[in-house]
Write a protein that binds this ligand. Structure first.
Ligand code: ZN
Ligand code: ZN
Length: 340
């Protein structure tokens, strides 16, 4: 599968990748369509520009292993951690490989992506899927790791008042992450009534229409206090401004959504009221492990979150469905794979 130019998804047949000694060859079972895939498709992603090979939320089966790979076996079900860090820069050697100075990213501008019958990927990036996971649960490990990393950066949120801006896929996974990490009360906002209802169904304590003029005050009312942490899963000018207003003082605003344009912030408010503005970029291996543990314990409702699936050759339709706004998470399935 390739996105050759903005707005276009094509099936291409290419030679099977030749396997380096540190790589695994993996056949596709399922791949999630991500918001960043859609930004890439529409040419609005800051770094991911066509042409690119999509697919970074991937689950598959190991078909072959390079001769230098140990600790893995053919036939194992795996999910790759798609960031491909260099391993030796300042960030990599201080447990921040997600912001590696030489980062490449499988499925996001890399020479391969996971929306393919088979793909090769560095074997040290593979996590083995535990017993008892169905394909839906396994497909959510990657997207669930992003909000878990955002929580990790925010600090201990046990007993804290949390607001989440955006009730889309990441917002709903953010809700599950904040819940799993012990937030006392979680209020969510969205422009769409249907999305707000979806957030309530998945356990938000209250929702607020983000088109109301006093959205920040309404969120504080629903929380019963100022927000300790706001996770902005939309990241546009009005949401960042209202996130800072929800916190008011002494709290943290985490930028989780990918901003497609520069955003102005009231720097005086950040300084004078000790508001922390924190960026959050993907995840590190600990977040993957955390995601696996929480999903295994029933911490996310995979049945409810995955709303459509398409066979691999209909990836263009899957992208269109994901872009329609009618779905939470859309999957593509590998040849002969059906969701049970
Ligand atoms: Zn993604
Ligand atoms: Zn590095």
């Amino acid at each position: 599968m390739i996105v050759p130019a903005p707005g276009q998804v094509d099936v291409v047949t290419e030679a099977r990748p030749s396997l380096e000694s540190d790589e695994a060859l993996v056949s596709l079972q399922v791949a999630g369509v991500c918001g960043s895939d859609l930004h890439g498709l529409h040419g609005t992603h800051p770094t991911m520009k066509p042409p690119y090979y999509p697919g970074h939320e991937v689950v598959g089966i190991i078909e072959a292993l390079g001769d230098g790979v140990t600790g893995l076996a053919i036939g194992q079900q795996v999910t790759p951690e798609p960031p491909l860090p260099c391993g030796h820069c300042k960030m990599c050697t201080t447990d921040r490989s997600n912001i590696c100075e030489n980062l490449q990213f499988f499925g996001c501008g890399f020479r391969e992506g996971g929306m393919a019958d088979v793909f090769s990927v560095r074997a040290d990036r593979l996590h083995v899927i535990p017993e008892g996971f169905d394909l839906r649960m396994a497909a959510l490990i990657e997207p669930f790791s992003t909000p878990l990393h955002a929580v990790r950066l925010a600090g201990d949120i046990t007993g804290k008042a949390v607001a989440i801006i955006g009730c889309g896929t990441i917002g709903l996974l953010m809700l599950a992450a904040a819940r799993a990490k012990g937030a006392s009360r979680i209020v969510m906002t969205d422009v769409l009534e249907s999305k707000r209802q979806g957030a309530l169904a998945l356990g938000a304590d209250a929702v607020v229409d983000s088109t109301t003029a006093d959205v920040a005050a309404r969120v504080r009312d629903e929380l019963g206090e100022t927000a300790d942490v706001v996770f902005d899963c939309v990241s546009i000018q009005p949401t960042v401004a209202s996130a800072i207003d929800m916190v008011q003082r002494g709290g943290t605003v985490v930028i989780v959504g990918v901003p497609s344009k520069p955003i102005e912030v009231p720097a005086f408010v950040l300084q004078d009221r000790q508001v922390r503005l924190q960026g959050a970029a993907t995840y590190v291996s600990e977040d993957y492990a955390d995601a696996i543990d929480i999903i295994a314990a029933g911490g996310i409702d995979a049945e409810h979150l995955i709303t459509a699936s398409f066979p691999l050759e209909q990836t263009a339709e899957a992208f269109a469905a994901a872009a329609s706004g009618d779905h939470i998470k859309v999957l593509v399935t590998g040849t002969g794979v059906t969701l049970d």
